[in-house]
Design a protein around this ligand. Structure first.
Ligand SMILES: [Mn+2]
Length: 289
């Protein structure tokens, strides 16, 4: 008997929305993150809907909006298109998954909720602050600084998984100065991801809606070769999965993105299978709402 795969849950209607955003332009190091939505959709065929650890099937169906035509489009030029497509998805669905593409997609994602940024909470799982300067315009290395400049209060931001020797003192100082809550990868190991998420969700308890940026480069590079920014010493992949499930179960989380997966760098489908399981974890979390 053929097994049911997560790919079977994806079609033209569902409680959850999926939008592919194959944007690559604006990456600090040019690559092929534009190939990621296709690679993830293909790999979902290899992910069963059954979770042996909980004894539950994923029952959530996914409305796939397809891919936006943003290949080769610079983040500044794709901003309104991504924001508006994500907004349409958010309106009719409890949760929207944006499949990047590079990390520049997080800025339009935050604008897609249709509420003032003052009421939006942003959680990032990312090795980086994404606080590069914005004088070059929006790129994959500065969505958080762009959003601060757009009016997102730093107090609304929790950044989880920052890696040593992968950021600058100025980015760190600016994040602290803006009031951003920062958890390094060592904090995640010391406290455990559940405690870190408890603290982050408590801090954002009064925000009307939350978005989560899952930059896959937060994961240890040995477990995530298909992410140009991943480094040795990063987040263990099981922590990443646990965070995905936990955050997707939180009803105020309205949108999650998965960014920085470059299939052209992948080895033995490690990162494709990780990204596809991330989708399963998100759906399992959502099913528990
Ligand atoms: Mn990032």
């Amino acid at each position: 008997m053929a097994w049911a795969s997560v790919a079977d849950l994806i079609g033209s209607e569902g409680e959850v929305a999926l939008v592919g955003v194959p944007m690559e332009a604006g990456s600090v190091t040019a690559g092929r993150c534009d190939l990621a939505p296709d690679a993830v959709r293909r790999t979902l065929r290899r992910i069963s809907t059954y979770d042996v650890e909980t004894g539950r099937e994923i029952g959530t169906h996914v409305h796939d909006f397809g891919d936006l035509p943003v290949q080769g489009v610079a983040p500044a030029d794709g901003f309104a298109q991504i924001r508006d497509a994500a907004a349409r998805a958010v309106q009719g669905h409890g949760l929207t998954l944006l499949l990047g593409g590079n990390n520049a997609v997080t800025r339009p994602a935050a604008h897609a909720l249709g509420i003032p940024l003052a009421n939006v909470g942003l959680i990032t799982l990312d090795a980086h602050f994404d606080m590069r300067e914005t004088d070059v315009g929006p790129v994959n290395g500065n969505p958080v600084r762009c959003l601060l400049e757009d009016g997102l209060p730093g107090w609304n931001v929790c950044q989880i998984g920052l890696a040593p020797f992968a950021n600058t003192a100025k980015m760190h100082a600016d994040a602290r100065g803006a009031g951003i809550s920062v958890y390094t990868i060592a904090d995640c190991r010391r406290l455990g991801i559940d405690e870190v998420l408890d603290e982050a969700l408590a801090r954002l308890a009064h925000k009307e809606a939350l978005i989560v940026d899952f930059d896959i480069d937060v994961i240890d590079r040995a477990q995530c070769p298909g992410a140009p920014g991943a480094r040795p010493g990063g987040m263990p992949v099981e922590m990443f999965f646990a965070a995905a499930r936990r955050l997707a179960a939180e009803p105020r989380v309205r949108l999650v993105d998965l960014t920085e997966f470059d299939p052209s760098l992948d080895v033995a489908d490690v990162t494709a299978l990780t990204a596809a399981r991330w989708v399963a974890e998100i759906l399992a979390g959502f099913s528990a709402r």
